[in-house]
Write a protein that binds this ligand. Sequence first.
Ligand SMILES: Nc1ncnc2c1ncn2[C@@H]1O[C@H](COP(=O)(O)OP(=O)(O)OP(=O)(O)O)[C@@H](O)[C@H]1O
Length: 649
Amino acid sequence: MAFVASAPAVSSRRHYNQGLDSARCIVRSRISFLKLRRVNAIALEAAVKEDPEQLSPLITPKRTTDFQTLFRRFCKVAQPYWLDSKEGNQAILRLSSVFALTLASTGTSVAFSYLGRSFDNALTNKNREEFVKHLIYYLGLMVATLPVYVIRGYARDTLALRWRAWMTKRYMAQYFSQRSYYNIQSLALIDNPDQRVVDDIGSFTRTALVFTMTLFHSITDLASFSGILYRIYPPLFGVLLVYSIGGTGISFLLGKDLMNLNFVQEKSEADFRFGMVRVRENAESIAFYGGEKDELQLLLERFKQAFSNYSKLLIASRNLRFFQIFYNNLIQILPAAVVAPFYFAGKVDFGIVSQSFYAFSSVLYDLSLVVDEFQSLSSFSAVVDRLGEFSDILDQQGVVNASELSTIKSIETTESGVLIEVSTLTLLSPQHTLTLVEGLSFRMIAGQNLLITGPSGSGKTSFLRAIAGLWKSGQGTIARNAAMDVFFVPQKPYMTLGTLRQQLLYPTWSTDGEKKHDQESKHSDADLMEVLRRVKLEQLLERSFHLDANADWSSVLSLGEQQRLAFARLLLSKPKLALLDEATSAIDEATEAYLYRLLLESGTCVMSVGHRSTLRKFHTHLLFFSPQISGTSISEWSLQDLPQRTSFE
Ligand SMILES: Nc1ncnc2c1ncn2[C@@H]1O[C@H](COP(=O)(O)OP(=O)(O)OP(=O)(O)O)[C@@H](O)[C@H]1O
């Protein structure tokens, strides 16, 4: 069966004939894209109305997050480890032991308060015997309870580490599923996802546990010491409540800007770091351009953003600090001021004064957590916000696709011999601003090879993206053979971090490369060396590289060598269909012809994007995308047969 292109039913607009010896030239027809865009707009609007939060990050990334959203995000991020994970039960047991140790530390504090009272009384009564006895008790209790404090901290931090490991794995798995990493990048959904995984998760788990424990400690301290305070002098307890609630309220007022400032700080630090990483990755291009001054300026601008935001953060913290220091210093004299009249009246002894001070400051220390730790609380809420937003975006990947009425359908065909079948395909750019292909229909069967040409920017790579399932905006259907494996080779081959062996086996080395010493390994060392020889890269092994040599391959190899390495990958994986996007653009014509011959002889069919006319002889059909008509978003295409050749010479 020949390469078939079916003409859509609606009227044709413009005929594009290449004038080659084509069997036929099919012209695509026009359909109403205004209608299609309107359908998209209505779909998005409806989805936003139904659940504005679900889609909001796609439309306008907002920055001031209300408390309700923040709380929802906290629960969403924190909950799964404890309730849904396999190690959840064990984690809850560990958490219970940390709670138990915290209770023990509160008990220890109460014991210290009574010992301290007797100690002070012995001192003021000049009772040497009592003094020595209580000194020994004090030292004994200190040594005996030391492990409680140390082990509590250790148990809490190891639990935070386990939680972090679990969350990191989970977020990474989600990030790499449904190509979320690609959608997030190409649609610019959120900033710096890498920082959210690397830094934010660690800081979230650690801080969440520290705050939970401190809160618990505060409550138990409050319960234990308020009784003591109430017994000493009831108004002292009232003073304590008014003081701590008032202090918390004032610090909220003074520090309310801190949360937003912390959010922006996280983002600007991450942007600055990313800029530095890009310089490292593109060092050679920058050096060729001599772009040091521009790079420096750009990076300094990013640093300036981090710097100026941090300056604002320092000012906000300074203002808060005025209040915090005043507040904390007042704790030193407040209980004494309240109890002193009783002491002077001889109603209580000195030990009571010191115990009331100890109890008052213990409870206040915990209750004033919000005041003292407002800075850390606000950066914690920024972390919760960033992680929650990331989690929402990851969860939305499926929802957003499903909510688009005009999504290209990807289906599988089992029809024998059919590799790809494209039906009335209309392809839009992800933001729906461009119509790249309209009404394209054809089927490609085994033995056929398609060359896609056209001017720069006409949509050739985008069409391959649609075939690979990366871009889905538009209409129509792309059916791929269920039993067929497809291999995509971009113009700039991706060189993974790792050994030469891992380059050759990418993207399957994690399953194959690890088994290199195993009998089951699909590719022996001899196979790998042979394929290097076939793509004329045997000199790599001669240049003191061996298969397990590690190098920064994208800088060590020339672009042409990288493209040949990509062909070696192709030859090893032997797919039924290869999508080649200008995959030989940096290779001389003779080597290009040699590589195409190798590939076609291995039984792989190709769908290539390329500008060189020398490529025609390796293809049976030509799909031409013409330039967009200026002032419109309409593109043309034509499809024709190429002369059949019995040999490639
Ligand atoms: N992520 C994107 N979002 C919006 N538009 C995009 C995106 N990527 C590409 N485009 C636009 O889509 C159009 C087609 O791009 P494409 O890369 O498919 O062109 P091409 O024909 O392969 O060009 P070339 O021959 O230069 O590689 C271009 O106008 C491009 O600017």
